[in-house]
Design a protein around this ligand. Structure first.
Ligand SMILES: [Zn+2]
Length: 218
């Protein structure tokens, strides 16, 4: 059961991916829990490096920072759904789960004009009812290949982990926002991203959004 609820590769609670096309040297940077007042600094680094990313946003943070959410969409990044208030979904009723995801979907669409097609469960925890919610809202679940632990690690450690584990098609999970109960170290996230983008390009990797990285080469 622990595997079904938390393992990145489990599809027990609905269709979900954790890695993109393995045949191409491509990576997807993803940022969860935003937007926040720290997101614009991240956007500048991405723009300077011509790197698209995917932002899994919480509805309540989009309502709090609507201009920043729009700036993310306007710069061509992909937006994903990360629930409205970032609850753990386990042991909740299906209606609660549906409402959390539908509310975020509505907020992201009306604020930015972007309709998310991707969903990431808070803390990576999935539960009964998620499959139905994803189907009704036409959302694909996205977990991760590498998680940066940027809520507690300093930038050099995050950078080393990503450099050590980078493989074709990897989906890299970092954070650009704050959860109520635990403030991620956004400074460390930004410094790590500034370091790893050129280092990974040097190694031959290109960056894509999650939707792009899922498409096989043909
Ligand atoms: Zn989160």
């Amino acid at each position: 059961m622990t595997y079904a609820v938390r393992a990145p590769s489990s599809a027990f609670f609905g269709p979900s991916v954790y890695r993109g096309d393995r045949k191409r040297p491509v990576l997807a940077l993803t940022f969860d829990d935003g937007p926040s007042e720290s997101t614009p600094a991240l956007l500048e680094i991405l723009e300077a490096n011509q790197v698209p990313a995917t932002f899994f946003m919480c509805g309540q943070n989009v309502r709090r920072w609507p201009g920043i959410a729009r700036a993310v969409a306007d710069r061509g990044h992909e937006l994903g759904n990360h629930t409205d208030t970032h609850p753990r979904l386990d042991f909740h009723a299906s209606d609660f789960i549906f409402h959390e995801i539908a509310m975020a979907q509505e907020t992201i669409l009306t604020t930015t004009g972007f309709t998310p097609r991707l969903f990431r469960a808070p803390f990576g925890v999935r539960w009964f009812g998620l499959r139905r919610a994803q189907r009704h809202l036409n959302l694909l679940g996205v977990m991760w290949t590498i998680i940066g632990k940027d809520w507690k690690w300093p930038a050099p450690q995050i950078g080393r982990l990503i450099m050590d584990r980078a493989v074709n098609g990897a989906i890299i999970c970092l954070h650009d926002g704050r959860r109520v109960e635990q403030a991620p170290n956004v400074r460390a996230t930004i410094d790590a991203v500034r370091f790893v983008i050129p280092a990974l390009k040097e190694r031959g990797f290109q960056f894509e959004t999650v939707s792009q990285i899922l498409c096989p080469a043909n």
